[in-house]
Ligand binder design. Structure first.
Ligand SMILES: [Zn+2]
Ligand SMILES: [Zn+2]
Length: 413
């Protein structure tokens, strides 16, 4: 036995195979512990604990890796990436240990969770829907009045990836998921299509599920109401807020416009009551909801429509799937420019152009109706092919707003 200052180095006596003594730092020797039953029991327990940990990593590691994958595509943080790589290396090492020790039952469970992981990762792979039958109808007539104009009011962005938005998207392709309100000026009354993130978004976010917040990195810009106020916009001109649907990121700014009627379909009004956390804000915000019906005829392949001002400039069609009462808003300006605001039918344009649905995990957590969503997606895909002059604007794809002037930067308001 040798002493190093106040500490004691434990050296095994090779001749007797005994541990001479054990002491606490700076304490008195505890006495000799024979390298026999007690020592063996302790070592045996440690060995069992170690083996149990290796088994746990081998079986649960793939589940954790899947969770980290889902988090990373929604929020491409280097921490999720580094943790994912560490977990993957640990799982491979534990698999090697299982094979070397021939723990075949544990190996079977480990293989099962790895197969589940492969199936899960497979739900992010490309799987284009079959092309829809082509449309032949001519472009619908519209008589938009002079003085119409359209402006984008960006209110914030989430840093996400293409893999999050549509099947076949790359996890290394970083995409901004923007939240933008759109102001349509019309002589019969202006219209705000969605509100983007409002003044109280930070408070609203606190009530969202922990896992959702873990997978979301939100960057806030100025709220739409503040942008309008800063430019001296006369709020008496704002007649309606028209929602593509009632999810939190579209309705967040409604309380910033007290008293302005919020147009929703009856189906969406019902969804607000039952939509869980994603519509909890909508339910509690005391908004003046005003339901409307689809009293118009077929429109570009959709069976029903609502011509808001009767001049064909703003036509709404039912587009259920993402939520029960989701809509597409077609806007035609006096100059002839046409837009289709498709809400969250797709999150990025590729979803529509390549006919790729959202990945399973994202669709599942949203509680979408996959059959209705597929029908609407294919209908809009046929419209995008038949009428290339219509600018398709998915709510969260910044490319959709490229041809719409930004309110805060526009000289002619
Ligand atoms: Zn949505
Ligand atoms: Zn959204």
């Amino acid at each position: 036995m040798k002493e190093f200052g106040r500490e004691e180095l434990v050296v095994c006596d090779k001749r007797s195979n005994r541990i001479p003594s054990l002491s606490l730092v700076g304490g008195e020797p505890l006495g000799e512990i024979a390298n026999t039953p007690d020592y063996d029991r302790i070592m045996g327990r440690l060995s069992k604990l170690g083996a149990a940990f290796l088994r746990l990593v081998a079986i649960a590691g793939p589940v954790l890796f899947g969770l980290l994958t889902a988090l990373y595509v929604g929020r491409p943080s280097p921490y999720y990436l580094a943790t994912g790589i560490t977990v993957a290396v640990a799982v491979v090492a534990c698999d090697g240990w299982i094979i070397a020790r021939r723990h075949w039952i544990t190996g079977g469970f480990a293989l099962a969770t790895q197969i589940v992981l492969l199936i899960f990762v497979g739900t992010y792979m490309a799987s284009p829907l079959p092309a829809p039958s082509p449309l032949s109808d001519p472009l619908p007539q519209a008589s938009p009045p002079g003085g119409m104009a359209i402006y984008a009011l960006p209110t914030g962005a989430n840093h996400r990836t293409a893999a999050f938005a549509y099947r076949g998207g790359s996890p290394w392709d970083k995409r901004d998921s923007v939240s933008t309100a759109v102001l349509v000026r019309h002589p019969q009354g202006d219209l705000l299509i969605d509100t983007g993130l409002g003044r109280s978004i930070a408070e609203q976010m606190k009530q969202f599920p922990f896992l959702f917040r873990l997978g979301t990195e939100l960057v806030r810009f100025q709220a739409a109401a503040d942008q309008l106020d800063a430019a001296g916009y006369d709020r008496r001109r704002l007649r309606y807020i028209l929602l593509t649907h009632a999810h939190w990121d579209h309705i967040s700014g409604v309380p910033d416009f007290p008293g302005i009627p919020v147009l929703v379909t009856a189906a969406e009004r019902g969804f607000i009551e039952e939509g869980g956390w994603a519509t909890a804000q909508a339910k509690s915000m005391n908004a003046v909801f005003q339901e409307y019906a689809f009293d118009g005829g077929p429109y570009m392949g959709f069976t029903q429509s609502r011509d808001l001002y009767g001049d064909g400039s703003i036509v709404i069609v039912p587009a259920p799937g993402h939520t029960p009462g989701s809509v597409v808003v077609f806007v035609t300006l006096s100059g002839g420019a046409r837009y289709a605001f498709v809400g969250d039918l797709v999150w990025q344009l590729e979803g529509l152009l390549e006919r790729e649905e959202r990945p399973w995990f994202e669709a599942r957590t949203l509680g979408e109706d996959p059959v209705l969503l597929r029908q609407t997606l294919l209908r809009m895909s046929a419209i995008a092919t038949r009428y290339p002059q219509i600018t398709i604007v998915p709510s969260h794809d910044p490319r959709g707003y490229a041809s719409i002037p930004e309110w805060s930067r526009s000289a002619t308001r």
